[in-house]
Design a protein around this ligand. Structure first.
Ligand code: NAD
Length: 498
């Protein structure tokens, strides 16, 4: 594995991205590529090799204020365009992303580590939000309400909220941006995006393509660097009318509290703790395939990852041995290799978090059935891991490990499974594997989650609403519901019409 890892030519991939004009390192403010005002930069590292890929501008409150001002000015022109004009620009952006998808995927794998096949999948998925909302832009309209007095007409308009601050994580460097920016621009809003400091390059490349597509200067701005400073500048501005955030629950709570002062609209996509319930009447092959995909995609660094695999007692041993066999087939390596199915974790802190969770579990009686340690490839590679007999007093049960660790938890009855599944403050995704239709309905309805996969582990799509309940978030992204987050209702009463 080590020699395969060393043979990968990251430099050639980077050269290809540069040749396509997509290796951007400056922030984007008012349609201009800008250095940090004090000239500071931060390094972007390839997690698979430790190589420095680029030095990008490290911005703070001054650059953010200028980006907000630019978004605010542009709002008045962008929101006045017709829906079909905005739709055409979004459609062009989609086309450009698709025609540059290989370069974008390479860039994503280089800075984030995910296998190239997954990166290509994310480019398609990320682009799908732009295509979808390019169409949805044309379907945003209000209502006429039957009046209570005959000389009146009551109208409801849907209008864009204004400038949006969008703060996004590193685990899906493109899709978490387009899932916000697509609907925001479709509604007529303008946006200041702050991508994760670990994965700014994909965000900047996508913004470059947006400019090329004719999305006007100032409609989409990108600033990155000092996260709390940029966050505070967005929160304090009275011109920013909406914060949309995807990331950790802790930061989401801070942003929600910080939005109170200026009473901004807030939507949050936060951490999950997905249960994956395998009942004894499940098709075992379907359950293995589904839970493997739900757990190990993106090295387990996904908010909808099957964080706890609850298996009914009668099939626990049988499931565990088949699942371990499937996990053993995962190929750990540099994501640029076609054969790789599990890349590195994002950074050293992520590995240390996994190590802490494993230590906690084993000290409380869980046992390692597979893996359980760093991979011999070094860096931040971690072995695909299966942990048996996990219980609800362990960190592995209570919180997101955000790594390639599958905790198996035995349960007795359907009621026990529902109770265990809901025994968490999170409520994003859940999965059920059963052949019984009545049971799949009963359990789906009883689960306190925003999305439920029945006999399927990969369920996200641009046409369905994505979002969590409880402390997993507020609001929904994607689908026809996704535009509501960027719209205000205005009631107009026309009187004395007789
Ligand atoms: P994070 O909260 O550390 O960072 C997310 C973003 O917030 C980054 O851009 C970061 O720079 C920024 N940030 C950090 N501190 C800030 C502050 N004080 N003010 C303003 N911005 C700040 O999360 P992460 O580690 O990048 O992402 C992983 C987390 O995201 C996991 O918990 C995962 O479950 C969650 N996530 C949720 C969804 C969802 O749709 N619900 C999707 C992907 C990831």
């Amino acid at each position: 594995l080590r020699s395969r890892h060393m043979s990968v030519d990251a430099a050639a991939a980077l050269e290809r991205i540069r040749a396509a004009g997509l290796l951007r390192t400056q922030g984007l403010i008012g349609g201009k590529w800008i250095d940090a005002y004090d000239g500071k930069t931060i390094e972007v590292e390839n997690p698979a090799t430790g190589e420095i890929l680029a030095n990008v501008s490290c911005m703070g409150s001054r650059e953010t204020s200028d980006a907000i001002a630019s978004a605010h000015t542009t709002f008045y022109s962008w929101s006045k365009l017709t829906a079909s004009e905005r739709s055409k620009a979004l459609r062009k952006w989609y086309d450009l992303i698709i025609s540059n998808k290989e370069e974008l995927a390479l860039l994503m794998t280089l800075e984030q580590g995910k296998p190239i096949k997954e990166a290509l999948g994310e480019v398609n998925y990320g682009a799908s939000f732009i295509e979808y909302f390019a169409e949805e832009a044309k379907r945003i309209y209000g209502d006429i309400i039957p009046p209570t007095l005959s000389d009146r007409r009551l109208l409801v308009l849907k209008q864009p909220v204004g400038v949006v601050g969008a703060i996004t994580p590193w685990n899906f460097p493109l899709a978490m941006i387009t899932r916000k920016v697509g609907p925001a621009l479709a509604c007529g809003c303008t946006v200041v995006v702050k991508p994760s400091e670990f994965t700014p390059l994909t965000a900047l490349a996508a913004a470059d393509l947006a400019l090329q597509a004719g999305i006007p200067a100032g409609a989409l701005n990108v600033v990155m660097g000092n996260a709390p400073e940029i966050g505070d500048a967005l929160l304090q501005s009275t011109q920013v009318r909406k914060i949309t955030f995807t990331g950790s629950t802790a930061v989401g709570k801070k942003l929600m509290a910080g939005s109170a002062d200026t009473v901004k609209k807030v939507s949050l996509e936060l951490g999950g703790n997905a249960p994956c319930i395998v009942f004894d009447d499940a098709d075992i092959d379907v359950a293995i395939k589904g839970s493997l995909a739900a757990k190990f995609r993106n090295s387990g660094q996904t908010c909808v990852c099957a964080n706890r695999i609850l298996v009914q007692e009668g099939i626990y041993e049988k499931f565990a041995s088949a699942f371990i066999k499937a996990v053993q087939s995962l190929q750990v390596g540099n994501g640029l290799e076609e054969s790789t199915s599990q890349g590195p974790l994002i950074n050293e802190a992520a590995v240390q978090k996994v190590e802490k969770f494993i230590k906690d579990a084993t000290s409380k009686g869980a046992h390692i059935m597979l893996g359980g340690k760093r991979h011999s490839l070094g860096m931040t590679f971690y072995e695909p891991t299966v942990v048996g007999n996990v219980s609800n007093d362990m960190l592995l049960f209570r919180e997101e490990a955000f790594g390639p660790v599958a905790p198996l938890v035995p349960f007795k009855t359907e009621e026990d499974a529902i109770h265990m599944a809901n025994d968490t403050n999170a409520g994003l995704a859940a999965y059920i594997f059963t052949k019984s239709i009545p049971r799949s309905w009963r359990v789906s309805e009883a689960l306190e989650y925003g999305l439920v996969g029945v006999n399927e582990g990969l369920i996200s799509t641009e046409v369905a609403p994505f979002g969590g309940v409880k402390q997993s978030g507020l609001g929904r992204e994607g689908s026809k519901y996704g535009v509501d987050e960027y719209l205000e209702l205005k009631y107009i009463c026309m009187g004395n019409l007789n």
